[in-house]
Design a protein around this ligand. Structure first.
Ligand SMILES: [Zn+2]
Ligand SMILES: [Zn+2]
Length: 213
């Protein structure tokens, strides 16, 4: 029978360090001695085979889920799906080549499609710069929206001003008198933006009230 060492005969547990783990991990699939993927349990070959098996085994549920997802999409979502599929097909056929990250030149990239109708104009970015690109697009969209609002306002202002010009002189003078009233009793000058906004607002409410009569 083996003798068990006394507790006080052991080394001080404080001095104990875990043995260094081997730096190479091997695939967990039975019989496979290839290296595991970084962060994964299996080698890339066994992982791909497992994914294939999973898809094959669950193909009915997956097809139903895909159909449900497709049915739940709006036209915009469908156009985006189709653009992504066309891009994937072009990459497989080799009619389109993957580029480098346009921010840092990295080779491992994802493709971003801005306009589904022009899916060939794909922007390649690495995972790290994907968010940068998405943020930039959001800024662009916000700027375009702002510009569109500005243009719409100038249109409306011009229409209102020309309509005011056609009013009888007394009415016109009354509108201008009201428009000159700024906040806290301030008198606004006729050229100021607030004056124009006041004038259009007053004219609009006057049109609205005459329409409801
Ligand atoms: Zn393996
Ligand atoms: Zn990058």
């Amino acid at each position: 029978m083996r003798k068990i060492a006394q507790l006080d005969a052991l080394d001080d547990p404080e001095d104990w360090r875990p043995p260094l783990l081997p730096l190479v991990r091997f695939c967990g699939a039975p019989g496979c001695r290839r290296r595991a993927r970084p962060g994964g349990r299996h080698c890339s070959g066994c992982h791909a085979a497992a994914v294939r098996r999973h898809r094959e085994y669950h193909r009915r549920e997956l097809a139903v889920r895909r159909q449900d997802a497709a049915a739940g999409r709006d036209d915009d979502g469908r156009a985006r799906d189709s653009a992504r599929a066309k891009l994937a097909m072009a990459l497989r056929r080799g009619t389109l080549a993957r580029g480098c990250c346009r921010e840092c030149g990295a080779g491992e990239v994802v493709g971003l499609i801005a306009d589904p109708a022009r899916w060939r104009e794909v922007v390649w970015v690495c995972r790290g710069h994907r968010q940068t690109e998405l943020d930039r697009r959001q800024d662009d969209a916000a700027r375009r929206e702002y510009d569109a609002k500005q243009v719409a306002w100038y249109d409306e202002r011009d229409r209102a001003l020309s309509a005011i010009e056609l009013l009888p002189p007394a009415e016109k003078a009354r509108l201008h008198e009201l428009a000159a009233r700024g906040p806290a009793g301030w008198q606004l000058s006729a050229g100021s933006p607030l004056y124009a906004m006041n004038l259009v607002r007053i004219y609009r409410s006057r049109v609205a009230s005459s329409e409801t009569v």
